[in-house]
Design a protein around this ligand. Structure first.
Ligand SMILES: C[S@@+](CC[C@H](N)C(=O)[O-])C[C@H]1O[C@@H](n2cnc3c(N)ncnc32)[C@H](O)[C@@H]1O
Length: 469
């Protein structure tokens, strides 16, 4: 296939498509992006830059036979725009300072809208920040605003080695200073070119202040190699590893506590809880999976795998109908909801493989299965209702962890993780997120030769705290 998008071969194209990568140095970050998003031969248009390292940008542009220009001075069509805000957003950047910077960037992007070539990209590098007891999702906020002007296409995570410990203080949750976001936007037929003034509340919400500090040793990002799944577990299309839940359960609970999952699937949460001396409770809509979940916990307790007699119960019940009397008091919730209706997209890569093997591709065809809700916001709001109901059954100061990922569907990017965090933040306190980075899935050459579509291999582990009344 002729590569119309850039001048690199599939050998260079494929690794760039992985949605997380280990950060080496600025030069490598800039070079990889410039080489991927530009084309020197036919286009002969400049690439534009905003950030602290123009000299580096210019040097790499030259190496690739491209001309470069500062975004502020752009006066002709650009084929790529790179905005590096890492130096301007630090652990002490206040909301007011960030808002000023955001306005500056948005004005630059609006003013230059007509000078970005159609179907070409804008990359923004920036972090979310924990400033003392406040956690500010600056990157998600910026993404929401920029996506009013250009089309949001992707988010990629640059993972920093050796920076997994808190740097500002030990009193609060682990600051997410071990990764930054690379946000990608495209100018295309869906881009509006102007801010629409809609308010997004990531930052204006009252719930940015962490009230009951917890020290978490969970790094900002981590790779887990899930155990191969057994015959029963593989029947479920989207199981998460017990090792993942155990890491969170250890951080947020003590022995004997009650761990809860309103969408238990194969019971990984409850089994993980039992394996480390906690009780595991939950609900699951499908009777088929609820049986598997109870069976796995039962085997663990009754077949001599445990010397402790912890309790478990997975009710075959709609998570929307959970009430206080269903379970003992809940100390911590960890869960992974359906990824909207993505399992009904039969053409998706892993779906085809499951069909081939005769395995179930979705959870059920039941109308009350959240994975069958067609409308995206109706889906998000159902989850909101479920989690806020569970939060109301828990003690103030308690924690919740939700494992999700952003979704790309038919060319549109739905920032599911950010949207869910956003709606829950109306009532819950958002804590720094961690990433479960998947390293065991082959990369598929999506969009090769035409455009940029990443392979999403980073799962968001969203953490929340329940505020005082
Ligand atoms: C991503 S899976 C969870 C997998 C689980 N963490 C595991 O490791 O096996 C989401 C689960 O939500 C369940 N589900 C969908 N709608 C539900 C509802 N209304 N109430 C309860 N569970 C529901 C699905 O049947 C599915 O098992």
């Amino acid at each position: 296939m002729k590569n119309k998008f850039n001048l690199i071969t599939s050998k260079e194209w494929l690794p760039f498509q992985k949605s997380w990568f280990r950060f080496d140095n600025d030069e490598r970050l800039y070079r990889d992006n410039i080489r991927f998003f530009t084309k020197a031969d036919e286009l002969n248009q400049p690439i534009a830059y905003y950030g602290p390292s123009y000299d580096l940008f210019e040097k790499i542009a030259k190496e690739n036979s491209l001309s470069s220009i500062a975004l502020e001075n752009l006066d002709t069509d650009a084929q790529f725009v790179m905005i590096d805000l890492r130096g301007q957003i630090s652990l002490s950047t206040s909301l007011a300072e960030y808002s000023e910077l955001r306005d500056k960037i948005l004005s630059l992007l609006e003013n230059n809208f007509n000078r970005v070539l159609n179907r070409r990209f804008i990359a923004i590098f920036m972090p979310n920040i924990q400033n003392g007891p406040h956690y500010y999702a600056y990157a998600w906020d910026m993404a929401e605003y920029v996506s009013q002007i250009y089309s949001l296409k992707d988010d990629k995570i640059a993972c920093y080695d050796g920076q997994t410990a808190p740097v500002n203080n030990n009193e609060y949750f682990t600051p997410s200073n071990s990764f930054i976001y690379c946000l990608y936007f495209r100018k295309d037929e869906f881009s509006k070119g102007k801010r629409n003034g809609e308010k997004y509340h990531f930052l204006t919400s009252h719930n940015t202040q962490i009230k009951h500090p917890v020290y978490s040793e969970i790094p900002g990002w981590f790779i887990l190699k899930p155990q191969p799944r057994n015959k029963k577990e593989i029947l479920h299309p989207a199981k998460y590893p017990e090792d993942l839940v155990k890491m969170y359960i250890r951080t947020f609970t003590k022995e004997g506590d009650n761990v809860f999952d309103p969408m238990s699937g194969t019971g990984s949460t409850e089994l993980g809880a039992l394996q480390i001396g906690r009780n595991g409770y939950g609900a699951e809509l499908s009777d088929f999976f609820a049986d598997i979940a109870n069976g796995r916990c039962n085997d663990f307790i009754n077949n001599g795998q445990s010397d402790k007699k912890n309790s478990f119960l997975i009710l075959n019940k709609d998570a929307r109908l959970i009430t206080q009397k269903d379970f003992p008091p809940i100390d911590y919730m960890v869960t992974s909801p359906p990824y909207w209706n993505m399992l009904n997209m039969k053409g998706a890569e892993n779906q085809a493989k499951r069909i081939e093997k005769g395995l179930m591709t979705n959870y059920s065809d039941a109308p009350d299965d959240l994975g069958n809700i067609e409308n995206y916001w109706a889906f998000i709001n159902s989850l909101k209702e479920i989690y806020l109901n569970i939060a109301s059954l828990m003690k103030p100061g308690g924690y919740m962890t939700i494992v999700v990922k952003n979704i790309k569907k038919k060319g549109t990017n739905y920032p599911y993780a950010w949207d869910l965090a956003h709606v829950l933040q109306e009532k819950l306190i958002l804590l720094p997120e961690n990433f479960w980075c998947q390293d065991d899935i082959p990369i598929a050459p999506f969009g090769y030769g035409n455009t940029w579509v990443s392979n999403t291999f980073h799962q968001y582990c969203l953490n929340f705290q329940i505020p005082d009344e």
